[in-house]
Design a protein around this ligand. Sequence first.
Ligand code: DAH
Length: 364
Amino acid sequence: MIIFQLALLPWDRGLFLLIEVVGMKEKLKQLKEEALQALSAVETASELEALRVKFLGKKGEITAILKQMGSLSAEERPVIGQLANEIRAGIEDAVGQKSEALASEGLSKQLTSEVLDVTIPGKEYTIGRRHPITIVLDEVKEIFIGMGFDIAEGPEVELSLYDFDRLNIPATHPAREWTDTFYIKEDESVHLRCQTSPVQVRVMENKQPPIRIISPGRVYRKDEVDSTHSPMFHQIEGLVVDKGVTMADLKGTLNLVVSKLYGEDCKTRFRPHHFPFTEPSCEVDVQCVVCGGAGCKTCKQSGWLELLGAGVVHPKVLAGCGIDPEVYSGFAFGIGLDRMTMLRFGIDDLRLLFENDLRFLNQF
Ligand code: DAH
């Protein structure tokens, strides 16, 4: 019995091994087919990587088969080993090819999706532009800077001391009424400035002559809104103080500015007027830019348009700022910038300047 068994054992084991070898070969071939079939369905790089790990990875199917080789005979091992290596190489090859195919497919997809059509019209970017008031202000600034003037600034919330008292404006002046001025304090000591003239005082307080400044800015008055009035508007203040400055210098300076803005032929008219901070004082008109002086609706048939107030600086104002009126004299003026802008562009309603309507503003 023992002999029989001993005699049978090698055969038995041989048969068993034979079956196992055949099974492994089959399994390997089947794996290859499975892998190739799965590969053909792969569409993305991550699917491809998952497939590579499944078949070729350390814990993959081929490795699993190779691990079973320990049970094979010394003759069979290389046979299965070689087959396994061939199949591995085959799958690796196919995976490599698929990877390349996916990459070039991706590139061409990217190229088609990112194709640039240079014939499509570009996007229109609208850039801002200067407000008509700013355009005219820049022109005026340039003219004055060319004559040696500096630009000065002052606060819009102003002390009544500067806007009224130091400008020689009496306590009874109508501009001091609550109905005319936006007071900030009950005691009337602070308000929204009603003119740019207080900047004169601020400049003279801080600097001895020679002084040559203009000061543009917003001013506020309790006016009802209509085609020529607004509670907020713009002025350009001017001040020149030096030895021997006269009314003639004022006329020469303003005539030059008007001729630069409205043309050489544009005439001016100096009318006597009263301002508490100048003596003598005047108002300056320009010949109507619409009708050329013949008379029309814009100039109310007069042929003239009022542009500014001006005069020779009152000695009291100079002295109040620490400037000796026996040594120095000066002239001052206050231009209505909005008026000037309307005349410049033929705008017939002040409200257009403050409504922020792009249909209007885009014309400048
Ligand atoms: N401040 C005056 C006004 O608002 C205009 C003015 C007149 C300014 C005469 C001046 C000046 O500097 O000298 O009506």
